[in-house]
Design a protein around this ligand. Structure first.
Ligand code: ADP
Ligand code: GLC
Length: 489
């Protein structure tokens, strides 16, 4: 099958979060089972890294409202795969310090940038004669592609049989803009109605993808059910409900060429499930040193790598950190995000210098060393469409402590005598999103870590031996693509 995957970020070209890992991990896995995959990305300033610069293969002129905007198409390959990557090079839109945000503020022309990008994806496909069977768009940035395909491009011979699949990675980001921005899309006004692209008088790009694609997927089965309810749907739960069996949840995978403790170049000692004891001990000591903490094997290191936002449960951690430190635990945190949480972290480090190691910023290598060197990983999210870090933790022998939502619910099996006995238990879960429930869950984990090493080792083994690879999820996407194609007349 010929699959064109459009995304606003992909590892190693440009990344702010899990979408980047998914775009490249899924593309590689689809290519590995014989599909012809083209990944289309904006050519951001970050892309200009050795080995990633593409060769010029075409030029497009894109109508954006009244303007005609020119762009170059560059072609390269996703490292370690046969996936072709097309980069849409338009410096006015993409040669900037950030992807979507700079100094805490969204770019004011984000609607224009991504409406442009969406149309450029379709124009590039036409110009290079890709004739995709499926266009797979992701999140609000490419949400208008299914609308452009259904209402305009499918009338053209190149796209007559092309189906669209739209994946939601996070309902909290919808791409909502004033109605007049809709004019930038060049689409007919009839589509600007409450069933399709309009949402309380505004343009909603996520809704466009939900309403106009053949199949909507999201990144875990539990999140697929949750977003049909008002608590998780952010106003779009009715739109999702109407999609019925065209809304499908598929759990993300782990890219085992990037996240694999046996070959990870970022680690001081690599390890497998058979050498995990020595491997983690070495990684833990090195991490404690790197983060300026006392090197104490008996202290339980709790790791966190995250965008610092309410979504990730930072509020719960902030309100119970001092309680956590009554036990012999250390907290190692890497993240960036909301200023109030960055300030809080710095203050916490000053207050508990022997307990807290914190780095504010984005650091790929350190993210890997925290996954490997921590004893347990904190992910008490308020909502979590899938979450990749808990899966990386599981694969690295670091039992996660998580809230029971979304992809966390689908990947973490709570520690209990039964789940330890039957070989499934791999972490700790709490159900009520309260600070006390979170703290109790941490205490349970501390108790097992300190007093029941046999059970702890079983948790590690259970996490490390389950198959988290993309191969399983890619097979499910292929079914979805076929399902979508059967819906195009
Ligand atoms: P989300 O996409 O909601 O942020 P995920 O768990 O799906 O959450 O993915 C987050 C990805 O971003 C992971 O690969 C994680 O390691 C990475 N990440 C998050 N914050 C940082 C950071 N400060 N430095 C390096 N990597 C980070
Ligand atoms: C989003 C979600 C996260 C998910 C990622 C990749 O950023 O917040 O849960 O893992 O997308 O699908």
């Amino acid at each position: 099958m010929r699959v064109l995957l459009a995304a606003s970020e992909a590892t190693p070209f440009a990344k702010t979060g899990g979408l980047a890992d998914v775009a490249s991990g899924l593309s590689k896995a689809l290519a590995a089972i014989g599909h012809e995959v083209t990944l289309v990305l904006p050519h951001y300033r970050q892309v200009i890294k050795p080995g990633l610069i593409g060769e010029l293969v075409g030029k497009v002129t894109i109508p954006v409202g009244e303007k005609r905007v020119e762009a170059e198409i560059r072609s390269t390959t996703l490292p370690g795969s046969t996936v072709r990557v097309l980069l849409i090079d338009q410096p006015d839109y993409f040669d900037r310090a950030g992807l979507y945000v700079e100094k805490g503020h969204d770019y004011t022309d984000n609607a224009e940038r991504f409406i442009f990008f969406s149309r450029a994806v379709l124009e590039a496909a036409r110009q290079l004669d890709l004739q995709p069977d499926v266009i797979h768009a992701n999140d609000w940035q490419t949400g208008i592609i299914p609308a452009m395909l259904a209402s305009e491009y499918r009338l053209q011979p190149w796209f007559q049989k092309t189906a669209s699949v739209f994946t939601i990675h996070n309902m909290a980001f919808q791409g909502r803009y004033p109605w007049w921005e809709y004019k930038l899309s060049g689409l007919r006004w009839e589509l600007f109605n409450w069933r399709q692209l309009e949402f309380y008088g505004e343009l909603n790009l996520l809704k466009a993808g939900i309403a106009m694609s053949e199949i909507v997927t999201t990144v875990s089965p539990t999140y697929a059910r949750e977003i049909c309810r008002p608590e998780f749907g952010y106003g779009l739960d009715p739109a999702l409900q109407t999609r019925g069996d065209a809304l499908i949840g598929i759990l993300n995978g782990v890219d085992t060429t990037e996240w694999n403790s046996a070959i990870d170049p970022a680690l001081p000692l690599r390890y497998t499930v058979d050498t995990v004891r020595e491997g983690k001990a070495a990684c833990k000591a090195a991490l404690q040193r790197e983060m300026g903490l006392p090197v104490k094997p008996e202290a339980m290191v709790l790791g966190l790598v995250s965008r610092l936002t309410d979504q990730k449960g930072l509020g719960l951690i902030a309100s119970r950190a001092a309680d956590m430190f009554r036990a012999d635990v250390q907290f190692v945190c890497l993240g960036s995000g909301e200023a109030r949480y960055e300030t809080w972290l710095q203050e916490l480090k000053t207050q508990f210098p022997n307990k807290v190691g914190a780095t504010i910023g984005f650091n790929e290598g350190l993210a890997h060393r925290i996954e490997a060197g921590s004893d347990a990983f904190l992910m008490p999210s308020q909502f979590e469409p899938c979450g990749l870090n808990q899966m990386y933790s599981l694969a690295y022998g670091t039992p996660p402590i998580v809230s029971n939502v979304g992809g966390l619910a689908d990947s973490v099996v709570d520690c209990s005598p039964e789940s330890i006995g039957n070989g499934t238990g791999n972490g700790f879960k709490f159900s009520q999103f309260t600070a006390d429930a979170f703290l109790n869950c941490v205490w349970r984990a501390v108790g097992v870590f300190q007093h029941d090493k046999a059970a702890w080792n079983r948790l590690i083994r259970n996490g490390m031996t389950r198959d988290w690879s993309w191969a399983r999820s890619a097979a499910e996407y292929v079914k979805v693509y076929n399902n979508a194609r059967s819906r195009v007349k």
